[in-house]
Design a protein around this ligand. Structure first.
Ligand SMILES: O=C(O)CCC(=O)C(=O)O
Length: 336
C-alpha cells in the first residue's frame, strides 16, 4: 500500500528490543519522512540508525480498517493506528464508540486460541465461576486472563488499545485495571442486564473505560451489546445484580435517559467497542449453539485512587482507601 494513499492522524509505535517508541504522525508524508530520515525527535540516535535500516527493508500493508502494519524482513513491527477525531468526539458525546478490525486476521486467530486455552484451564490467578451457578447463564467469565497467559497478556497489555483508551478518555496516562474473558454460553443463556460498570469498580472517580473485543461475529442472536447514547452523563447510579436485575432505568427517571433509544451494535469478529464506565449497556442472550467469545479490558486513568469497595481484583491486597491504584497488577500501558 503506497504511503501517499493513506490519510489521517496516526500513532506510530515502533517496537524494538522490547522497548516501545511512540510518535504521532499527523500525515502520511510525515510518517514517510520518519521512515526515510529517522526524523522523530523522540528516537535516540542508536535507535534512529536501526529505524533507517528498518525503513529500507519494510513492507507495508494495511489491515482492513485502521491498523497499518509495517513488517520488516527481520520481523520487527511498526504499527500505525488511526484514532480519528470524529471517533473521539463520538465517544465523548455518546459514552461508547465502535472500531472495526482492531486486530488483523492472524491476531484474531492467535487471540481465540490464547483466550480459549485460559478458559479451558484451571488456574489460581484468573478467576471464573462454576458452570452450575446462575451467573454462568449470564456470563462465563474469567478475570485477569493475562496473568495466566503470555499470549493473552500480549493483547491485554498492548499499547494499541490502551493508547486508543487514553485518547478517548483524554487522560495523560492509562493503567490496566483488569481484563476478563466474557463467554456467553449456549443453552439457557440469559441476557446481561442493563447496568453501568462504575458501581462495581473500587475507584474514587469515574473515567475508567473498557474495550470489548469480540472474537466472534455478534448480533442480537448471540449476545451483541446495546448502549444508551449519552447515559454516561447521568452519573453513577446503583449497582445492578446481574442475576436478579433491578431496572436500571427506574434509577434514571427524570433524567431523559430513560426515554433515549438504545443503539444495537452488531460487529464482525476482530472489531471492538470502547465504553465509558458510566454508560448504560446490555448484551443479548446467546440463542445459538456456540459460545460468544469476547475479551474485555478495563483501563483506568493513571492517578485513579482506591475507594475501598470490595472487588475481586483488589481482594487480599494491601491497598487502603485513597491509595493510588498502581504497581505490577496495574501497569501503565499508555502515556502522553
Ligand atoms: O459481554 C457481556 O455480555 C457484557 C459485557 C459488559 O457488561 C462489559 O464489558 O462491561
Amino acid at each position: 500500500m503506497p504511503l501517499d494513499r493513506l490519510s489521517g492522524d496516526y500513532i506510530v509505535l515502533v517496537r524494538k528490543k522490547r522497548k516501545l517508541f511512540a510518535e504521532i504522525a499527523r500525515s502520511p508524508a510525515y510518517f514517510h519522512f520518519m521512515l526515510r530520515h529517522s526524523a522523530s525527535p523522540r528516537l535516540p540516535p542508536r535507535f534512529a540508525r536501526s529505524f533507517n535500516a528498518l525503513a529500507k527493508s519494510a513492507t507495508i500493508r494495511r489491515a482492513p480498517s485502521f491498523i497499518i502494519n509495517v513488517i520488516t524482513e527481520k520481523g520487527a513491527e511498526v504499527n500505525m493506528f488511526e484514532v480519528p477525531q470524529d471517533k473521539i468526539d463520538f465517544y465523548r458525546e455518546n459514552g461508547f464508540v465502535q472500531f472495526d478490525d482492531v486486530v488483523t486476521p492472524e491476531e484474531l486467530e492467535e487471540l481465540r486460541e490464547a483466550v480459549g486455552d485460559v478458559m479451558a484451564a484451571d488456574s489460581e490467578r484468573s478467576t471464573g465461576q462454576s458452570p452450575n451457578g446462575a451467573y454462568y447463564k449470564v456470563l462465563n467469565q474469567k478475570v485477569n486472563a493475562w496473568r495466566d497467559s503470555a499470549a493473552v497478556a500480549k493483547f491485554t497489555l498492548h499499547s494499541r488499545f490502551a493508547e486508543i483508551a487514553r485518547r478517548l478518555s483524554g487522560a495523560d496516562g492509562i493503567r490496566l485495571f483488569h481484563d476478563h474473558a466474557l463467554w456467553k454460553m449456549p443453552g439457557d443463556s440469559k441476557p446481561t442486564p442493563w447496568h453501568q460498570d462504575m458501581p462495581y469498580w473500587p475507584m474514587n472517580k469515574p473515567g475508567a473505560l473498557s474495550i470489548w473485543l469480540t472474537l466472534d461475529d455478534v448480533d442480537e442472536n448471540n449476545g451483541c451489546m446495546m448502549f444508551v447514547p449519552g447515559s454516561h452523563k447521568v452519573g453513577k447510579l446503583a449497582g445492578i445484580n446481574l442475576v436478579e436485575p433491578q431496572n436500571l432505568f427506574d434509577y434514571a427517571k427524570g433524567t431523559g435517559i430513560d426515554q433515549t433509544k438504545p443503539v444495537i451494535v452488531r460487529m464482525k469478529a476482530g472489531s471492538a467497542t470502547f465504553h465509558h464506565g458510566l454508560t448504560f449497556h446490555y448484551a443479548h442472550a446467546n440463542g445459538t449453539d456456540k459460545p460468544r467469545r469476547v475479551l474485555a479490558v478495563i483501563y483506568m486513568p493513571d492517578g485513579t485512587t482506591f475507594s475501598g469497595r470490595q472487588h475481586i481484583v483488589t481482594a487480599g491486597t494491601a491497598f487502603r482507601e485513597g491509595d493510588l491504584l498502581k504497581g505490577r497488577m496495574f501497569p501503565v500501558l499508555a502515556k502522553r
